[in-house]
Design a protein around this ligand. Structure first.
Ligand SMILES: [Fe+2]
Length: 238
């Protein structure tokens, strides 16, 4: 999942506080859910501990240093605590991940957000964010609104997302395209768009899910960490 190299977000605040996200060879395989792809939770940082550094066949390591261990012992549990009010998705189809048309959803930092790219003109794309939370009280709602405008919006929509923007703005369209290993998702994504474009909403799409699951058979345990956490909390209460 996520079609770019890991170092793009190395210094984003949300990544600094919780350690590197598993990507590439250590990352999550995409699972097809009908209108897009979710990442396999069985391969996520939540289910397995990924090594602190990637080791390449020629002996190189990335990241070069591991200084963030000096603070992640403290900030990682706090980051996990901040996620506890995120509402889990209700269906596999609307899990975190990429969804047609042009949406990316994630249960990431403080809320369940959807980032949607809307083409406006030939050289203008507008990015909409929908932040989803369910505060239990009016005071809780007010608090979430304040922290959104004071911190969360800047941390997610600017500090984090503008790193992706930096990659996208520098795309060249006047030279031949050269796809690489991190573009596996782009290739799958284009296949889906082309299949649906020519065949309609119900056009058969070729995919290979774990256990041969059909898109609507994928259990939420494999697509949502927040769903698993809520299940664990419910069973510890009963
Ligand atoms: Fe990114």
């Amino acid at each position: 999942m996520d079609s770019h190299v890991n170092y793009v977000h190395r210094n984003a605040l949300v990544v600094m506080r919780s350690g590197f996200i598993a990507r590439g060879a250590q990352g999550e395989h995409p699972i097809f859910v009908g209108n897009g792809f979710g990442g396999d939770v069985a391969e996520s940082n939540y289910m397995r501990k990924s090594p602190r550094q990637d080791l390449y066949p020629n002996g190189w390591k990335w990241p070069k240093t591991d200084y963030r261990r000096f603070w992640t012992w403290l900030t990682k549990p706090l980051a996990e605590r901040a996620r506890r009010h995120i509402p889990p998705p209700r269906s596999a189809r609307w899990c975190g991940g990429h969804h047609l048309p042009g949406m990316f959803r994630t249960e990431f930092a403080w809320d369940f957000y959807t980032r949607m790219c809307v083409p406006v003109a030939e050289t203008v794309t507008r990015v909409w964010y929908y932040h989803y939370l369910k505060p239990k009280t009016a005071l809780g709602r007010l608090w979430q609104t304040i922290v959104y405008y004071a911190f969360h919006r800047w941390i997610i929509e600017y500090n984090f997302s503008r790193q992706d923007e930096r990659v996208m703005l520098n795309q060249r369209y006047d030279t031949p395209e050269k796809l690489s290993g991190t573009d596996a998702e782009v290739i799958q994504w284009r296949r889906l768009v082309v299949t649906k474009h020519y065949g309609g909403r119900d056009a058969p799409f070729e995919y290979r899910n774990p256990n041969g699951w059909a898109p609507d058979e994928v259990p939420l345990e494999r697509l949502s960490v927040r769903y698993m956490q809520e299940q664990a909390r419910a069973s510890s209460r009963s």
